[in-house]
Design a binder for this molecule. Sequence first.
Ligand code: 7TS
Length: 441
Amino acid sequence: MRTSGERCSSKSWITSTQVKNNKLETLEEANTIAVMALDPNKIRADFPILDQEVNGYPLVYLDNGASSQKPKAVIDTISKYYEHEHSNIHRGVHTLSGKATEKYELVRGKVRKLINAAHEHEIIFTRGTTESINLLASSLGRSAISEGDEIIVSELEHHSNIVPWQLLCEKSGAKLKVIPVDDNGNLELGAYDELLNDKTRIVSVAHVSNTLGTVLPLKEIVEKAHDQGALVVIDGAQAVPHMSVDVQDLNCDFYCFSSHKMFGPTGVGVLYGKEDLLNELPPYHGGGNMISRVTFEKTEYNELPHKFEAGTPNIAGGMGLGAAIDYIEALGYENIEAYERDLLSYALQKLKGIEGLRLIGEPEEQACVISFLLGEHHPSDVGAILDRQGIAVRTGHHCTQPLMDRYGIAGTVRASFSFYNTKEEVDILVAGIEKARSMLG
Ligand code: 7TS
């Protein structure tokens, strides 16, 4: 596990620790405190949106799986960019454009470091996880897939990691195979072994389930796929906000995630791919920036990463993503993971104490995401009563309809936590559910 505390000095939560406690004189001391414990109350002060009332109650935001909130550092970075720094990038000779280009490219380096990719040019900026997976399905579809080939996904995938592969199968005549999930929400790895064969070209699975919180045993999945000569795509949308990711250690071929779920802005995301594979793949969108020479007879493509980045990107979004990465690294994944582990076990223990509450999935390894049903009540009725108490959860199928079919249910109530959530908020959730139970009868 990699952590970084070296940027702590610029973070208000640690700065305020230093100011409030005169004994803390050096950054090293402040870092030690950070490693020992992450204080959500200090962190919450960095997220202005959390400090408000909804329906007359203090907001309890437990819909981080859909999108996380943004620290002031991210918001300020975007404002500053538009107030002082905006220009198009990779184009003009003028100073402002040069500076914007330099700063945007620095973010690519931050992403590389965050997921420990070998090279900066293995980081492709996209609009989000959905676009990253569609890019792969399109480019792999035109270069590596033909009739009779097989693509494996799992039963717990988000629609974003199902439909692009189905579209590819429709077009190419390839077959989609599905790794089943057991009652607890774990993948049935024995069945995976049986699905794999020399026709398998791609295995595309989530790192963390957005509905059940299951953390998938990726190393085993990757190794077995590689033994059959298949490529492995990881949908990391729900992992990066919670845990340290090392793409070289995982040895996956591609890894996708979204900025807006990891405290950055919407409309920007990442596709990581191994250099040699990205070099082999044909481009996705055509347009400016992705070319080196255009004639009507033939176009030559730009080198990585630009080959996959046609048109003007979400520059401000990229800057905001850079600030989000700085923020995460200042907290340190080790601290985030330890804090969320504790919060998850507290929440599970409290929720299990509620009469009539049924957890959907109790996976062996779980991120801070919990799905449940309350008696026979419709999830949206429970969600609406919680909302009236200022508690934001998501209800429904969570874009995982096949997984809902697997459990024979239409949807769940989902509480998805982040490092700024507290045990007090878990208690408020529990009281809110008890109230829903008594109101719904
Ligand atoms: N993959 C997973 C595992 C996800 O959870 C999501 C979004 C996506 C892909 C798509 O990400 P996007 O940023 O491209 O939209 N998940 C959810 C969710 O659980 N609730 O709302 C969106």
